[in-house]
Design a protein around this ligand. Structure first.
Ligand SMILES: *[C@@H]1O[C@H](CO)[C@@H](O)[C@H](O)[C@H]1NC(C)=O
Ligand SMILES: *[C@@H]1O[C@H](CO)[C@@H](O)[C@H](O)[C@H]1NC(C)=O
Length: 210
């Protein structure tokens, strides 16, 4: 009888474990392209700006909402992106509600099939980060990056080495953008994300207790 009990307990844990593992691995964001107005010629925020202030990772998804009668989304290569060429897409999304999942890191190019509107800005580049990033280490400083480009003629006596002062990393413009700001769509997933986190914590606990 004791045996039977521990067996069912194991089963229970096994099931929980699987469930939690699935939930944790599915922890991806859904980005709503173009905010409230969706995939359109006149989004609430320019697509370039929007893409720059978000962090896209493998398994995240883009959600395109558009008028299915007049528009579509083409996943294209870089060349066709530049030229707004809708004639040989790698993938064509139609129907007004389209989801695109990032299956790798690197750049992804999207254009509308309406070449005129593409030329007027209805196009999107998303660069997906290489790894699911942990918070960046506090002291990232490239080695040997300290010597300033200017030569020494006008500088005071070079007796005191100063690299420690100079090496405080000055944030570059591209690093300043808030990393945690997600699109409205991602924000809408808040409650789900909290639930997921809770499940993930449980998952961690069950791993420890097994
Ligand atoms: C993406 O999802 C697949 C399964 O859906 C999983 O095997 C893979 O590890 C995930 N990749 C990342 C980076 O989360
Ligand atoms: C492209 O969209 C504009 C309006 O945004 C429309 O007038 C034009 O007919 C469309 N072109 C094609 C080829 O659908």
């Amino acid at each position: 009888m004791a045996r039977k009990m521990s067996l069912s307990l194991n089963l229970l844990f096994g099931a929980l474990f699987l469930l939690a593992a699935m939930a944790c691995s599915a922890n991806a964001y859904k980005f709503v392209v173009g905010g409230r107005r969706g995939w359109t010629l006149n989004p609430t925020e320019g697509y370039g700006h929007w893409a720059e202030r978000n962090r896209f990772q493998v398994n995240d998804t883009l959600y395109f909402k558009y008028d299915k009668n007049t528009d579509s989304v083409l996943f294209v290569d870089e060349e066709d992106y530049k030229n707004c060429n809708p004639n040989k897409p790698l993938l064509k999304l139609e129907g007004g509600d389209s989801v695109f999942k990032f299956d790798r890191s690197g750049p992804f190019f999207f254009i509308t099939a309406n070449a005129t509107n593409c030329q007027r800005g209805q196009k999107l580049i998303v660069v997906v980060l290489a790894v699911r990033s942990p918070p960046p280490p506090p002291h990232v400083q490239p080695p040997a990056a300290t010597p300033p480009p200017s030569p020494a003629p006008t500088s005071p006596p070079p007796s005191a080495p100063t690299p420690a002062e100079d090496s405080v990393p000055a944030p570059s413009a591209s690093e300043v953008s808030p990393p945690t700001v997600k699109s409205p769509g991602a924000a809408a997933l808040g409650p789900a994300a909290v639930l997921l986190s809770a499940v993930c914590v449980l998952f961690g606990l069950s791993v420890i207790s097994v």
